[in-house]
Design a protein around this ligand. Structure first.
Ligand SMILES: NC(=O)c1ccc[n+]([C@@H]2O[C@H](COP(=O)([O-])OP(=O)(O)OC[C@H]3O[C@@H](n4cnc5c(N)ncnc54)[C@H](O)[C@@H]3O)[C@@H](O)[C@H]2O)c1
Length: 378
């Protein structure tokens, strides 16, 4: 198969979807790999490193999309990229479609088969291609929150860990999954007082063991969240309902309960945001204020640390890319039910139910959508 790796074009995105190690695996398996010139530079990977492993370096996106059948990316396609997609393409990348009806409709119109990293599942119902970036984003969430609490940046002016004789800041984390647990460990490392909220009691049990009594675990009822808001300095939003738009855990009205210049970090912003007042921001302009509360809502947080993130992401995605290239789309989906759950859009139809519900179109089973393609090809 011909596999293409374009340069990411989203604002402040420095990751790349394949490393030279991935090129080597694909070329050894008999595939052709096309890498857009400069695609790896943000992650300190020069074109030569790809070429040495057998990749063909293409000068621009037009040639790359023209040459490739399987397109492997990091972030959701931007409008210029959507315009390049055709029914013959398989797109494998983060999509987060439940929060973006315009992109969903663009992908439907392209006719391409679009597989979302964030809805691929492993045999235990976990999200293996979201997890590495959630680990990174969770750690950044606390770092960014600590920084935004500094007075010159508009924060309350409190040090996360306190000092002897002066109390530490209170960090409230809503959603105790991969992001939440990583955010909590960094906050504990910085010696803050930490509370982690979740609605899954088994998950709270696991966290309780992992924290060894150093952080409080709390059932996330509306009342318990509301009660803790009034003394939190930093609130990190990290809830996820697989593939769906994030539920609102803090309303605009509840901001009035918070201390002036407290900080909200909404990691769930890529799924629409879990605070009512959240809207997407970028690394270049990461925060804004509502009712005196700083909001940090960067949609591609791991993009800021590409040397860590590119390798963490590609370690997880590479086996799926090799499988897709070697088995072809139909057989790879038949052999891997978890990969099949990643198909969000195929042949003009939405094939992932939570996305269909969020954007208001019918959900069509993957097999039905792809059968249409096979029939028209035949
Ligand atoms: N902004 C970014 O750059 C970035 C990067 C990585 C991940 N993310 C996003 O972070 C979010 C969390 O990802 P994750 O990997 O930690 O997911 P996860 O599935 O590991 O964890 C989500 C947790 O939320 C809990 N939850 C669901 N509904 C809840 C509710 N109503 N109240 C309390 N808890 C609830 C679940 O029980 C689960 O423990 C996702 O939206 C993901 O896309 C964003």
């Amino acid at each position: 198969m011909r596999v293409g790796v374009p340069t990411e074009v989203k604002s402040d995105e420095y990751r790349v979807a394949l490393t030279p190690a991935g090129v080597r695996e694909l070329v050894d398996a008999g595939h052709e790999v096309f890498v857009q010139s400069g695609a790896g530079l943000g992650s300190a990977i020069p074109d030569d490193a790809y070429a040495t492993q057998g990749a063909t370096i293409t000068p621009d996106a037009a040639e790359l999309f023209g040459a490739a059948e399987l397109i492997v990316k990091v972030k959701e396609p931007q409008p210029a990229e959507v315009a390049r997609l055709e029914p013959r393409h398989v797109l494998f990348t983060y999509l987060h479609l439940a929060a973006d009806a315009t992109l969903t409709r663009g992908l439907m119109a392209s006719g391409a088969t679009c597989i979302a990293y964030e809805t691929v599942e492993d045999g235990r119902g976990r999200l293996p291609l979201l997890a590495p970036m959630s680990e990174v984003a969770g750690k950044i969430a606390t770092q960014a929150g600590a920084f935004m609490l500094e007075k010159p940046l508009g924060g309350r002016g409190i040090l996360l860990g306190g000092v002897p004789g002066v109390a530490a800041a209170k960090v409230m984390i809503i959603g105790g999954g991969v992001v939440g647990m990583n955010a909590a460990f960094i906050a504990l490392g910085m010696e803050a007082t930490v509370y982690v909220f979740d609605r899954n009691i088994d998950r709270l049990r696991e966290l309780d063991i992992a924290f060894g009594g150093r952080a409080d675990t709390c059932f996330a009822s509306t009342l318990s969240v509301e009660e803790r808001l009034s003394d939190a300095d930093l609130v990190i939003g990290a809830v996820l309902v697989h593939g769906a738009r994030a539920p609102h855990m803090v309303t605009r009205e509840q901001l009035g309960l918070m201390k002036p210049h407290a900080v909200l970090v909404d990691v769930s912003i890529d799924q629409g945001g879990c605070f009512e007042t959240s809207r997407p921001t970028t690394h270049s302009d990461p925060t804004y204020e509502v009712e005196g509360i700083t909001h940090y809502c960067v949609t591609n947080m791991p993009g800021a640390v590409p040397i860590t993130s590119t390798y963490a992401l590609t370690n997880a995605t590479m086996p799926y890319v090799v499988h897709l290239a070697s088995a072809g789309l139909a057989r790879a989906l038949a052999e891997s039910p978890g990969l099949r759950l990643g198909v969000n859009v195929a042949a003009g139809q939405v094939t992932y139910a939570p996305v269909a519900e969020a954007v208001g179109v019918p959900a069509v089973p993957v097999s039905d959508a792809l059968a249409g393609v096979a029939a028209s090809a035949g």
